[in-house]
Ligand binder design. Structure first.
Ligand code: SF4
Length: 418
């Protein structure tokens, strides 16, 4: 192995992969069998797992050569950059070597498109297959699926990868046409549809036959870039909602556009990455998936943008003051989940604890409720902190005045600009 050449490729292709944020994982149950390498059963991502553990993936592109010319992408064919491509065996060797040295716990592999979709996808699949069958590698593997790849290759990919993802790239078809006119959203939807059906079918088979092979046990996800095209938050979240519902996606990742290329269709190079907006979209996404909010309650035609200065749950609460106060000792779980300052776990604990005695402020605090927010929206056993004289906008000002949000400073600067 030519170490210098491999190191050079690694520098180029790891750098090119950094724009893809869709590599967190959850839900994989792959177990280490036959004394193989690795174990993805605890969930792996490139930063933090759900239990707060920091883990790492080898995150690279197979190649940054590409036949397409997507305006937002550093690897686009018209961009004058250094190009490189790994061979299948090089990626396999790197993964195994890095794993053995404890550098990584899995592989996140994406690619520019050589020649055509199948030609590229076949190589990605071959890497996963070699890792699993020749090296008995049980670490986490996330493969990007190349839009337009055949069903046969998607099927093989699902047999060896934990998670598969097809990036939508832009939240709407119009946005995609604007920045990637060679691409077609139908080519992305087709493999997503195949994966959805295959995952359902294989899960059913697995229930009937224990020995049936597992198929993409961590499901499928996608990524959308925000801020490169003019879609508002309502359009972004409506699109995410559609894909969650129709393709059983595990996650939609929102990636704030990083201006790296000068192009009249794109924001100027000195535009800031929309970090706060990205964070608010993740919060809204969380509300849709775990807190029972419908997308139209969070954003709609009259409220097309998420507030940047407050989180979407607080935003909903102060627009819907008629729904409060919520009596913590009587309200159902769904309503408790809508109270700012009460998370999923705290809401569940409240519902369990109040079976034994009515809860007061001290007990709510011990349960983990953020009283500095929740106190404006709830009643409990004592009325010590209750404030019924405040409007939604008063509450917002009070909460902002005491907020420690790491985004607050950033937001204030942004708001001052307008
Ligand atoms: S197809 Fe993918 S790698 Fe190629 S230019 Fe478009 S976004 Fe970049």
């Amino acid at each position: 192995m030519n170490v210098d050449r491999i190191t050079e490729k690694l520098n180029i292709l790891a750098d090119a992969a950094k724009y893809d944020v869709s590599c967190a994982s959850s839900g994989s149950k792959r177990k280490n069998e036959n004394k193989g390498l690795g174990n993805a059963s605890n969930g792996i991502c490139h930063s933090y797992t759900e239990d707060g553990r920091c883990v790492s993936l080898l995150k690279i592109l197979l190649t940054n050569h590409c036949i397409f010319d997507c305006a937002y992408c550093v690897s686009r064919k018209s961009n004058d950059i250094q190009r490189a491509a790994f061979t299948v065996q090089e990626v396999v060797d790197l993964t195994i070597n890095f794993y053995r040295r404890n550098y990584i716990e899995g592989l996140f592999l994406s690619s520019g498109i050589f020649k055509d979709a199948d030609y590229t996808m076949e190589r990605l699949v071959r890497i996963a297959k070699k890792l699993r069958t020749e090296h008995n590698f049980n670490g986490y593997i996330h493969l990007k699926s190349i839009p337009g790849a055949s069903d046969e290759l998607m099927n093989e990919a699902g047999l060896y990868a934990d998670r598969l993802s097809v990036n939508l790239e832009m939240p709407t078809e119009a946005g995609l046409k604007l920045l990637a006119p060679d691409k077609n959203q139908a080519d992305m939807i087709k493999p997503m549809g195949y994966l959805k059906n295959a995952i359902i079918q294989r899960t059913e088979e697995k229930k009937l036959f224990k020995k049936a092979p597992i198929f993409a046990p961590a499901g499928q996800s996608t990524q959308v870039i925000i801020g490169a095209t003019p879609e508002n938050d309502s359009e972004v979240l409506q699109s995410a909602n559609y894909f969650y519902k129709n393709f059983n996606l595990k996650r939609v990742y929102y990636s704030g556009y990083v201006p790296v290329l000068a192009d009249s269709r794109l924001p100027a190079l000195n535009t800031s990455v929309p970090m706060v907006r990205e964070n608010r979209l993740y919060q809204a996404d969380w509300l849709m998936r775990f807190y029972g909010f419908k997308v139209n309650e969070i954003v709609n035609d009259s409220q097309p943008h998420l507030d940047l200065d407050i989180d979407p749950k607080l935003g909903w609460a102060i627009r819907n003051m008629q729904a409060f106060p919520v009596d913590i000792n009587k309200a159902d779980l769904q309503m408790i989940l809508r109270v700012p300052g009460i998370g999923l776990q705290s809401a569940q604990k409240i519902v369990s604890a109040r079976k034994f005695a009515k809860l007061n402020w001290d007990q709510l605090k011990k349960i983990g409720v953020a009283l500095n927010r929740a106190k404006y929206f709830i009643t409990c056993k004592s009325n010590q902190f209750e404030r019924r004289d405040l409007t939604g906008s008063n509450i917002k000002q009070f909460i902002l005045a005491t907020s420690q949000s790491k985004y607050l400073k950033n937001t204030q600067v942004q708001l001052n600009l307008f």
